[in-house]
Structure formats: structure tokens, C-alpha cells
Design a protein around this ligand. Sequence first.
Ligand code: FAD
Ligand code: EPU
Length: 331
Amino acid sequence: MKRNFSLGNYNSFGVKHKANFFIEIKNKDQINDIINNKKYDKLHKLILGGGSNILFTKDYNGIVFLNKIKGIRKISEDDNNVLLRVGSGENWDDLVEYCVKKKYYGLENLSLIPGSVGAAPIQNIGAYGVEVKNLIENVEGIFLDNGIEKKFNNKSCEFQYRDSIFKGKLKNKFFITSVDFVLSKIKSFNISYRDLKYLDIKNISLNSLRNEIIKIRNSKLPDPRDIGNAGSFFKNPLVDRTTIDKIKNEFNDLVYFKDGDKFKIPAAWLIEKCGWKGYKENNIGVSDKHALVIVNYNAKKGKEIKELSKKIIDDVKGKFRINLIPEVNVI
Ligand code: FAD
Ligand code: EPU
């Protein structure tokens, strides 16, 4: 167990807050040892994967578990599908690359999303027309208050757009230790997303689709290794027809997409319309590549970033009467 440990290298914003206690977790027994130890059982606990969807705004007063539970295992297979059990501390994009190499179809559109496998169900990661909820069979883990193990089937994960039971009522209470994925062995691609429409379905392979996605993502999003960020800072808001009509009266270039019986407006469009794209103040700002990405040029503390996010929320609310909800987990 490390004390007063700097989290600077463990969060993609690169803020330099410290954790009171910090430990790398490689297996379930280690989790049980800590929660059964009188020295630690009452302390606050936080599970950290790649730190790519988290904003620390102060030092963490408790234990940070750095998840390094590894392993990819085939549980079953038939002519059509394969079921993989994956340790939650595996790197997400390494898993996608592994599946592409093995010719398991399903995860390729989620290429290059940073972070760990265990965090994928937390906010039901999604990109380029695919959400991970469509490929998850079970999520297994341990309750941190009593050490009880539980397996959640897909339905009981309560997946929604950028949300699940693990981001809601089980936040910081349940340590996800492995995730089971059902992948297809039958060739099929999802190129329905608007940015992929130019592809010719007859000429793509798993590998070429993965490479296209990587190319598009690199052109749109700043790389956290160059500039601190956590991807989209906010969720895209879902609104009703009346809101769309009202905004369209003033802005005939409004971008929106039908989503069930609602409409999704890109938060980036709203933020850009409020003039924030490329904004810079002292050590932080809004990416000039993508208006939904708050960037950290050199801030040591996360509080400044949180304050900027609040200014953006207020501005969008004032101009459009729409409440932006952070996607990033603010601690
Ligand atoms: P962390 O940031 O370490 O943790 C995120 C949350 O999950 C925290 O609340 C943490 O406590 C909790 N948590 C982590 N692991 C566990 C566990 N094992 N058990 C219980 N709780 C846990 N997201 C998308 O959905 N789509 C994208 O296209 C996308 N693009 C991105 C691009 C960039 C450049 C960046 C920086 C981020 C992007 N993200 C995207 C967000 C982020 O990559 C995902 O949310 C990812 O799943 C976070 O993984 P992580 O391991 O880094 O999670
Ligand atoms: N747009 C702007 N200004 C910008 C950028 C985009 O107005 O600076 C508008 C454009 O009209 C564009 C639209 O926003 O067509 C959508 O942009 P983009 O395709 O980049 O997607 P997004 O809605 O901003 C979402 C996810 C991303 C995911 C991409 C691709 C959310 C909150 N974000 O972004 O996920 O990679 O789609 O599927 O849903 C993340 O969650 O961290 C993340 C990066």
C-alpha cells in the first residue's frame, strides 16, 4: 500500500492530485484482504482503470485501487459465436485488437477508446454506431462493503446511453472484476454511422474498418498524451420536438438526430454556437479540434477544469434552455 501517492500519471487530464492510499490490484483476493482489514475497511474507496473518464478536483481522501486484473479466456464457442471472459484490468483497445486478429466481430467500431475493460460497462461506452451493451453477456465483481461476489446479466446492468447501474446506484460500491463478451464469428459490419457511410461494404475487412475508425478518431479528438483531456466532457442531450423547433427558428443550421421518440443534439454544436470552441484561459481551455472536449494545457489542479465546465453549462442553459450533463466522473 502506497501513501500520499501522486495520481498525475494515472488520469488523462494529467492533474496532480494525490491519493491518501494507493494500491495495484491483480486479483480478487487482494480486494478481499483490504476490505477485511480493520485498518482500511472504513475508508472511502475508488476504483481506477485508465483514468480517462475521471476528473480529480482535490486530493482523494481514501484508497485508490488501480485495477490490473488481467486475462482473456474463451468460455464457450459454437459455429456462430464465441463467449470471452476478460479481466477488467485489461486495456480496452488491446482487447479490440485481439478480437480483430482472431476474426471475432463486434467490437471493431469501438477501436481506440482509451481505458480499461472494466470501465466499458460503467458508462456503456459507445462510438461509431455501436454501444458495448450489445456485446456484453455478464458483468462480474465484488461489493466493496461486504465482499459478496455477484454476476449481473445484461438486463440487470440497466444499460442506457452513457449510463448503467454501475454509474448510478452502484457507483464506487461494486468492483467489476471481469466482463463476458459475446462476439460473432460470422462476417458482418456496422457502417451505418454517418462518418462511415463512404465505405464500400464489399471492400472492408475487420482490420481495415478498425484502421478507418482509428484514422477518423485521430483526426477529430486530441490525444491525451499530447494535451490532457477525457474525451467528451458532456453527454449529448436528448430533447423533444418542441425544443428542436424553437432552436431551429433561430438557427436554421441546427444539427440533430432522431433517437427513439426524442432527438439528440450534439453538445459540441451547442458549445460551439456559444463561442467556446478553441477558448483558452491560463492553463486550460476547449479543444479547437472538437468543442465537446475540455483540455488541460498545464493545470496542476482539477478545480479550474470543473469551474470551466460550469461556465459552459450556464452559457448553454442561458442560450438554449438545455441542461448539459457531464459524462466525466468528477471526484
Ligand atoms: P476510469 O476513468 O479509470 O474510470 C471511469 C469510472 O469508472 C470511474 O467512476 C471509476 O471509478 C469507474 N471504474 C473504472 N473501473 C472500474 C471497475 N473495474 N469497477 C467499478 N468501477 C470502475 N468513451 C466512450 O464511450 N466513447 C468514446 O468514443 C470515447 N472516446 C474517448 C476519447 C478520448 C481521447 C478520451 C480521453 C476518452 C474517451 N472516452 C470515450 C471516455 C473513456 O475512454 C471511457 O469512458 C473509458 O471506458 C474509461 O475507462 P477508464 O478505465 O479510463 O476509466
Ligand atoms: N460538432 C460541432 N462542433 C465540433 C464538433 C462536432 O458542431 O467542434 C457537431 C457536428 O455537427 C458533428 C456532430 O457535432 O457532426 C457530432 O460530432 P462527432 O461525430 O464528433 O460526435 P459527438 O456526438 O461529438 C459522440 C460521442 C463520442 C464518440 C463519437 C463517435 C458522446 C458524448 N460522445 O461524439 O464519444 O466517439 O460520438 O461515435 O456521445 C466520449 O464519450 O468521450 C466520446 C468521445
